[in-house]
Design a protein around this ligand. Structure first.
Ligand code: IMP
Length: 188
């Protein structure tokens, strides 16, 4: 596989392009069509979880035909850099109330599910009219909590991925593809 889509400065760090940009785009078309069908006649509030979800948010919102509002939250989970510990803290809360709104939480990836579980419980207590989750990626083999993710882009194996918003130590978010890094890229 050619790595031409990867900026030269990062090319040597990449082991594999797992999901190329064109497949992401096609899948987002399908997810948006599904959301349009499900929310016909309603207005949707997309809540993006910073920072990883920014590209999914932008690309999904632009594909939707139903009216869309957007808000953002930022959470941090304590623990090492590549796994979630389950202790979640809200670093940035929503700008506005969500009561009686049709909310879709937009995530980059659901891994253990601990972050999302916390968010769902937190947002549900604010009485939205409805609450669903859309995640570009999910790693079912790592799930510790059973969570209904209504709209899923791709199921990925238990590998650490970066690109299209996902980072390792704040790097690689800007890649257009979702890639697997070589072990050397982690400094290991
Ligand atoms: P969870 O609480 O274990 O589901 O973790 C969710 C968060 O961990 C995601 O929103 C990402 O920020 C981060 N994360 C989990 N897996 C990956 C990965 O493979 N690459 C980059 N970040 C990841």
């Amino acid at each position: 596989m050619s790595f031409e889509s990867i900026p030269a400065v990062h090319r040597d760090d990449v082991a594999e392009i797992l999901i190329p940009a064109d497949r992401i785009a096609t899948r987002l078309d399908e997810m948006a069509a599904e959301i349009d069908r499900d929310y016909e006649g309603k207005e949707v509030l997309l809540i993006g979880v910073l920072k990883g979800a920014i590209f999914v948010m932008a690309d999904l919102a632009r594909r939707l035909n139903v009216p869309v509002a957007m808000d953002f939250m930022a959470c941090s989970s304590y623990g090492s850099s590549t796994t979630s510990s389950g202790t979640v803290r809200i670093m940035k809360d929503l700008d506005a109330d969500i009561d009686d709104k049709h909310v879709i939480i937009v995530e980059d990836i659901v891994d253990s599910g601990l972050t999302l579980d916390y968010l769902v419980r937190n947002l549900r207590s604010r009485h939205p009219a409805s609450l669903e989750v859309a995640s570009l990626l999910t790693k079912p083999s790592r799930r510790e909590i059973d969570l209904p993710v209504r709209y899923v882009g791709f199921e990925v194996p238990d590998v650490f991925v970066v690109g299209y918003g996902l980072d390792f130590a704040e790097r690689y978010r800007g890649l257009s593809d979702i890639v697997v890094l070589r072990p050397e890229a982690y400094g290991g």
